[in-house]
Design a protein around this ligand. Structure first.
Ligand code: GDP
Ligand code: GDP
Length: 455
């Protein structure tokens, strides 16, 4: 049994594929002026002239080959990236998000003299969601007297803040040693980089909820490509549509545009279409008509998305038809109808007027990033250990099943395998699922938990 568990732990590490895995990637992130570049400079030594602090010079490289304590890795430096002054917080967060997604491990630099800011907290949320290992650098601790400033950063909830003076070198060796400890031997991201590409959305919902209207509204004049199979007269299958300055694939839009649903047997056909679209998509955007009561058909479409294991966003359309004074009541009704789906992001909008359609991308991003999330085995087990200690499984027939070990077996969507010493009651499983969702912020993704009983 012991060996089984050890093997499992190895399997959980996602970077085994590929005969020549890339070097692990360490990203240095943080707000402007916290000392990222100074720290990067320490790692690279003075040989990289580009890292020098020359105002107005925009560096075009973001990653550098680096070596520390005899280990080779790739260092991603976000210090030179332009931050647009208009939306400082948003762009810091956005850059951090990109850097995190590129990295196997992260050095998060905070200015210990300034203390944690709202932007820092935002970055912490992104880090949590990513599940990537992090070392928290409390920078600008130039003297022993300032150690207390570093301690204040425990409040960020990222574990021990490492007191460092990147400028004078104080503590910088120790923090880099720590970074080497959390950095995996082999990269799990290097091989994935070219995959990227626009995210794939299935816009689904029962007939007449406004799918075609929403598609037209989003496409508007901004549609960048209509991808039909070249040289044929077939309808376009997938469309690349730019929403909020970013391209997204809307898959299987042909059925929506052809309005085939109005023929007989429409129900079955529509649900088949939905199925096919979902198979090609990463996220299901379920459209519901807010001007009518929710129907079984609506719930069935939502269920299809969940069963397909896709990320889920629910949009209530035709909000313009709902009287101003009825809106709060309707919100409450919807809340009740969807009481088991509080985890799915919701957007109220109007395809007709365009109202709130700009809120879709944020909801989609949230759902997709949850869908992609991987929780490291250590963190998962630490969390479950605490949870089970505080809320043990009820004793049944003199026995009390215990959770022995857990691992995340897959992402997209997240799947967890729990090893337990006995059968876990459905109620207790739901409890675990809900707490997992809360704790790791799984917003907009189904998650699966399977339990294996070890006698
Ligand atoms: P970045 O924008 O995050 O890359 O920050 P920089 O590395 O460019 O540093 C911003 C400013 O903080 C520069 O003037 C650095 O000299 C200064 N700085 C960086 N690290 C330290 C430190 O450990 N102590 C002190 N006192 N100043 C630092
Ligand atoms: P689909 O069958 O889901 O593609 O729905 P359509 O886009 O064909 O829309 C069905 C009907 O609802 C059409 O008459 C649309 O004009 C109307 N409609 C769609 N969106 C809205 C909206 O936001 N507000 C209002 N008032 N009507 C809408």
């Amino acid at each position: 049994d012991e060996t089984d568990l050890a093997l499992l732990e190895d399997e959980e590490i996602p970077f085994e594929e590929g005969p020549r895995p890339g070097l692990p990637v360490l990203a240095v992130i943080g707000r402007p002026n916290v000392g990222k570049s100074t720290l990067v400079n320490r790692v690279l030594g003075r040989r990289e002239a580009v890292v020098q602090d020359v105002p107005g010079v925009t560096r075009d490289r973001v990653s550098y080959p680096a070596e520390w304590a005899g280990r080779d890795f790739t260092l991603v430096d976000t210090g030179g990236w332009e931050v647009d002054a208009a939306g400082l917080d948003a762009s810091v967060a956005h850059q951090a998000e990109v850097a995190i997604s590129m990295a196997d491990a992260v050095m998060f630099v905070v200015d210990a003299v300034v203390g944690p800011t709202a932007t820092d907290e935002e970055v912490v949320r992104l880090l949590r969601r990513s599940g990537k290992p992090v070392v928290l650098v409390a920078n600008k601790v130039d003297s022993q007297m300032q150690e207390a400033d570093a301690s204040a950063l425990w409040s960020l909830g990222l574990g021990e803040p490492w007191a460092v003076s990147a400028l004078h070198g104080r503590g910088s060796g120790d923090v880099l040693d720590q970074a080497m400890r959390i950095l995996p031997e082999v990269s799990g991201v290097a091989g994935d980089l070219p995959e990227g590409g626009p995210r794939r959305i299935a816009l689904v919902g029962k007939p007449n909820v406004g799918k075609s209207s929403l598609l037209n509204r989003l496409a508007g004049s901004e549609r960048v490509v209509v991808d039909s199979t070249a040289g044929t007269t077939r309808d376009p299958v997938d469309e690349l549509i730019e929403v909020d300055q970013r391209p997204w694939w809307f898959v299987d839009t042909a059925g929506i545009r052809r309005r085939v649903h109005q023929t007989s047997g429409a129900d079955f056909y529509a649900s088949l279409r939905t199925q096919a679209a979902l198979e090609k998509a990463e996220v299901g955007l379920v459209l519901i008509d807010a001007s009518e009561p929710m129907s079984v058909q609506d719930t069935r479409v939502i269920q299809q998305v969940i069963d397909a294991g896709r990320a889920l966003v629910i949009a209530f359309n035709k909000w313009d038809m709902v009287d101003e004074d009825r809106r709060p009541l309707l919100e409450r009704e919807i809340e009740q109808d969807l009481v088991q789906l509080t985890w799915a992001p919701r957007v109220n909008l109007s395809a007709l007027t365009g109202w709130h359609t700009n809120r879709l991308t944020r909801a989609l991003d949230t759902a997709l990033s949850s869908w992609d999330t991987r929780i490291p085995t250590g963190r998962l087990n630490a969390f479950l250990g605490e949870l089970a200690a505080a809320h043990p499984h009820p004793v049944r027939g003199g026995k009390q099943p215990r959770i022995l070990f857990a691992t995340q077996a897959a992402t997209r969507p997240p799947r967890f395998v729990l090893f337990a010493s006995g059968f876990l009651e459905p109620g207790y499983r739901r409890f675990i699922e809900n707490r997992l969702r809360e704790h790791f912020e799984f917003t907009g993704t189904p998650i699966e938990i399977s339990v294996r009983v070890r006698e």
